[in-house]
Design a protein around this ligand. Sequence first.
Ligand code: HEM
Length: 248
Amino acid sequence: MSKTQVQRHTRWGIFIHWFNAACWFFLLATGVALISNHDLNPLGAWYPATVRAIFGGGANLLAAHWGLGLVWLAVWLVYLVMHMSRFVAPFIKEIFTLDPNRDLEWMIKKNLQMTLGYKMMGRLVKPLGWDGHIPPQGYYNAGQKLVAQVLVLAGAVLVATGLMLVSSKYFLSAADAWVVQWSITIHFIAAGITTALLILHIYMAAISRDERPAFISMFSGTVPLEYAQHHHQLWYQELSEQKPSEVV
Ligand code: HEM
């Protein structure tokens, strides 16, 4: 590979990504330990008992979960105000800009290629009128866009239901118990969906060798030119036409 690098992430983008990751690990670890019904706890009774002991009881554990959730939200609100036009709005536009035919074709071909190899993928997609080439992708590929869309929406649901649960302690009465029950259920579902997608995200980003340059870019901010051309061809073309200086 040549040494030429392409700018992919800003320093603030890298900061908010790893801040998200750290908060998510903590909130998941404490959230699972808050489940007091042992039949529902995915790890069994030992896990909540151990974590509660570490925090000095269930009340402290709940306070830590709420506290970090509120810190996460506060940092995000500052980030949204400071970086709305430079990072957040372009990110939202990028992940919600779909090309249904290209995205569907990429999803089907990429999954077949990863599980069965290029040759078999080429054979299997022939009846659909496609050749064996994976369609070029933009800044994010179709899989990354789908994961990011669901993470953003599930994140908003987690914040809304989390705030509802915190405020229920102070503002809601016994007659509003149904609001709390629904908030808990929806909070659990959103956390479950987020966890499932993040396992996939972490596998693709940190374990898959194919995506190793993207993993390194989450620290360095840059990817090799060949990686950009091969994995995100449409983004690379756009970048070299509009901002040749981003190629360093
Ligand atoms: C150990 C955990 C994690 C690893 C190794 C990891 C790795 C990565 C990498 C390498 C990228 C860049 C992909 C690219 O440039 O094409 C990325 C992007 C992203 N990750 Fe993660 N991630 C982790 C955890 C998380 C968590 C917990 C969240 C959400 C709560 C998250 C949300 C995202 C989002 C939304 C993007 C796209 C935004 C961007 O490119 O800045 N990640 N991740």
